[in-house]
Ligand binder design. Structure first.
Ligand code: ATP
Length: 250
C-alpha cells in the first residue's frame, strides 16, 4: 500500500498508510480499538476502497487480481453461514472455491485439504454439525479452517483468536508455525497475541488511522506495552489483595 487513505461516512479512517508486506513475514497489526486495524487489512486486500493512494496484491491492483487462491482472509465478524443453513464441512470446503474452475469441480485433493483444515482447528468430529449452532469462538475456528483449506500463500487474519479458548489458540499457533516454516506469509490483527507472539516477525502499530510503529515486535508483552493501547478488558480480574499479594521487604 502506498499513501492509502480511507474515508468512512466522510470521516478519515486511514490517513495515508505506506505498508509493504514481504513474503515469509508474520506481521502483527496492533493498536487500540478503532485505530483502523480492520480497515487497514480490508483496504490492503481491496475489500474497502481507497479514497487516495494505491494497493497492490502480488503486484496487481485488486480489481485486476485473479489469483485469489493465494490469499486466505479470515474476517473479524462472524456470519459464517450467511444465514443459509450449512454444515461446518460445507463452510470449510468453500475455502477451496478459488482453486476450482468451471472445468475442474471439487475432487479428492479438495476433500483431503478440507479434512486437514478441520483437523487443524480440532473440528473434524463435528464436521456434519450446522454452523449456526456454534458459539462465536467455534465459528471463528471454522473461518480459520476455511482459510486453511484454500492452502493460500498468504493468510490475512482479523483477530483470529478473539473469543477462542486457550487450547484452540495454541492449536492455531502450532498450525501457523508449520505454515510459516514452509514460507507462508501471515498478516494478523490482534489485541492479544497470546501463543501467536513467538511467531511474529514484525509489528505494525496503528494509532488514529496512521502507522505509529513499524518494526520489531515487542518482547513478551503482547500489545499492552505499545503506544495507543487503551482498550478496556471488561473481564480483567481485579488485582489480588491479601496474603497472595504479600512480599517480604528486602
Ligand atoms: N462502516 C463504517 N462506517 C463508518 N465508520 C466506520 C465503519 N467501520 C469502521 N468505522 C470507523 O472507523 C474507525 C476504524 O475502525 P476499525 O474497525 O478499522 O478499527 P479497529 O482498530 O479494527 O478496531 P477494533 O479493535 O475495535 O476492531 C473506527 O472509528 C470506526 O468507528
Amino acid at each position: 500500500m502506498r499513501g492509502g487513505q480511507v474515508h468512512l461516512d466522510r470521516r478519515p479512517v486511514l490517513r495515508g498508510v505506506d505498508l509493504t508486506v514481504r513474503s515469509g513475514e508474520v506481521v502483527a497489526v496492533l493498536g487500540a480499538n478503532g485505530s483502523g486495524k480492520s480497515t487497514l487489512v480490508r483496504a490492503l486486500l481491496g475489500l474497502t476502497p481507497l479514497s487516495a493512494g494505491s494497493t497492490l496484491l502480488y503486484g496487481v491492483p485488486p480489481a485486476r487480481f485473479r489469483q485469489w487462491w493465494r490469499i486466505g482472509y479470515v474476517p473479524q465478524r462472524l456470519s459464517v453461514g450467511g444465514g443459509v443453513p450449512a454444515t461446518i464441512r460445507e463452510v470449510v470446503a468453500s475455502g477451496r472455491i478459488a482453486r476450482q474452475s468451471r472445468f475442474r469441480l471439487s475432487g479428492a485433493a479438495d476433500a483431503a485439504a478440507t479434512d486437514r483444515a478441520l483437523e487443524a482447528v480440532g473440528m473434524a468430529d463435528r464436521a456434519g454439525d450446522p454452523v449456526q449452532a456454534l458459539s462465536g469462538g467455534q465459528q471463528q475456528r471454522v473461518l480459520i479452517a476455511r482459510a486453511l483449506a484454500g492452502e493460500p500463500d498468504t493468510f490475512v487474519m482479523d483477530e483470529p483468536t478473539a473469543g477462542v479458548d486457550a487450547a484452540s489458540q495454541q492449536l492455531l499457533a502450532d498450525t501457523l508455525a508449520d505454515l510459516v516454516s514452509q514460507g507462508r506469509t501471515v498478516v494478523l490483527v490482534a489485541h492479544e497475541l497470546g501463543p501467536l507472539e513467538p511467531l511474529v516477525t514484525r509489528a505494525v502499530v496503528m494509532q488514529d488511522g496512521c502507522v505509529c510503529h513499524d518494526g520489531s515486535p515487542p518482547k513478551a508483552v503482547g500489545a499492552h506495552a505499545l503506544p495507543g493501547h487503551d482498550h478496556v478488558h471488561p473481564h480483567a480480574p481485579e488485582k489480588p489483595v491479601g496474603p497472595l499479594d504479600w512480599r517480604p521487604i528486602p
